[in-house]
Write a protein that binds this ligand. Structure first.
Ligand SMILES: [Zn+2]
Length: 440
């Protein structure tokens, strides 16, 4: 058995030393309190035992759902009364079909699903953007070449995923089997989040509003996220006096003071970041000036629950700009820019040939200026997309860049650039290993 998640979280938070990853995908069930358990998976499933049956928070993903159900059944044989979707991301809802199949096999009714009302709209959006979501998820989690992502025609939202039966708009209080549950709507990672307060248990189910990483609030390939509303929800949770706090990724946290400190620290980090970006915007700064001047203190990013290993502050800055401003970044050349191939050809001509651009790109990479290296090699590949030497240098440059990055989101995109050039060199689409690290 792994170290009990509450012991591990207390140790990581109290010492600040991360000697074990806080996001574990073991499918193991741990009891957190009387009648409360969690199964560590991708996402976790939190289970509540009531007199009317089990209430679960989330259902895990499509691949891990069956293992979660099996793990759950070693703990309780009671029927699943309700599955609460903390939000509509696939890794939280995709396991519901395993819960439905298990209920049907046992001759029991399919569990009811409760969520915020916006989950319906999300599921509709997944249908209208099916191909896009396949491509970006394969890039995000697997660093796939463009063609690998395009190959799949399966639905992004897996067939058989349960749709919500009960929805609400702002708050909803229910009593299930003698347990009172207060569902609260919030925005943050998504626009359809539910965090739940259980007054008798003094417990919070937080979904992805706390992920044991810097908040996934800047994701470059996904729809808008909401940092200030995210911080507000954390402050509302911090005000509850919870003794047990259970997120859908990472570790549960016990102890009123420990919980409040963690929540307020993450809220504060987001608030300061947003305030700095807004200050720049209000002063007329361009996006470029803001991206290269605003940062989060290094010591904040070293906290065990705020490390930028998934998302990162630079991406959040861009998302704040998108949220409060337009897509125009303040550089007039980029209002109506030339095609990449046109400006690429201009740069190559100025340099006196593509080899000079390649050489300088590799030079920048070797000097550690990965930003310039990538920009220069993109000029070269746009100008001469068939040139072998360009793709060889491009593989080298993005391999070095990926190694220098911390966040899964950056690493995935840079790895996909490597995969695209490898495909150009060999004519074969490289194999992809999906890295199911955390969150969507
Ligand atoms: Zn998630």
């Amino acid at each position: 058995m792994s170290e009990h998640p509450l012991d591990l979280s207390a140790r990581l938070i109290d010492t600040g030393v991360v000697d074990t990853p806080p996001n574990r995908i073991t499918q193991e069930l741990s009891e957190l309190a009387d009648g409360v358990a969690m199964i560590e998976s991708f996402s976790h499933v939190v289970v509540l035992d009531t007199e009317e049956g089990l209430v679960t928070f989330d259902s895990s993903g499509p691949a891990s759902g069956p293992a979660v159900v099996e793990s759950l059944r070693n703990w309780s044989d009671a029927p699943v009364h309700t599955i609460v979707y903390t939000h509509g991301h696939i890794d939280h809802v995709g396991g519901s079909r395993a819960f439905a199949a298990e209920a049907q096999q046992a001759g029991r009714p399919v569990p009811r699903v409760l969520s915020h009302e916006n989950v319906h709209a999300r599921f509709e959006r997944y249908e209208s953007t099916n191909g896009y979501n396949q491509v970006i998820n394969m890039r995000q989690f697997g660093g796939a070449a463009k063609k690998a992502g395009q190959a799949s025609e399966r639905p992004f939202l897996p067939k058989g995923t349960l749709r919500p039966d009960t929805t609400y708009a702002e708050t909803l209080t229910e009593e299930i089997g003698g347990v009172s549950l207060e569902f609260n709507y919030c925005k943050g990672e998504t626009d359809d989040h539910t965090w739940t307060w259980l007054p008798a248990q003094k417990m919070i189910s937080a979904g992805d509003q706390f992920i044991w990483n810097f908040p996934n609030c800047g994701n470059p390939q996904k729809v808008q996220r909401f940092p200030i509303e995210w911080a507000e929800s954390l402050r509302a949770m911090a005000g509850k006096g919870a003794e047990l706090f259970v997120p859908a990724h990472g570790l549960p946290i016990a102890g009123e003071e420990r919980i409040r400190t963690c929540l307020e620290t993450v809220a504060g980090a987001l608030e300061v970041l947003v305030a700095q970006v807004l200050e720049g915007m209000n002063a007329g700064a361009t996006l470029d000036e803001i991206v290269h001047s605003v940062s989060v203190p290094a010591e904040t990013l070293e906290l065990p629950y705020l490390r930028p290993l998934y998302d990162e502050p630079e991406f959040v800055i861009r998302n704040v700009w998108r949220l409060y401003g337009g897509w125009y970044d303040g550089n007039p050349a980029r209002l109506k820019p030339p095609a990449d191939s046109v400006i690429g050809a201009e740069i190559v001509a100025l340099a006196g040939g593509v080899q000079s651009v390649i050489d300088r790109a590799v030079g920048c990479s070797t000097e550690g200026d990965h930003r310039s290296a990538c920009q220069l090699i993109e000029f070269a590949v746009a100008a001469e997309p068939e040139a072998h030497a360009v793709h060889e240098a491009r593989v080298q440059i993005y391999t070095a860049r990926r190694a220098a990055e911390t966040s899964l989101l950056a690493k995935g995109i840079f790895k996909s650039a490597v995969a695209d050039s490898e495909e150009a060199l060999t004519g074969e689409v490289p194999d992809v290993t999906m890295v199911l690290n955390i969150g969507e």
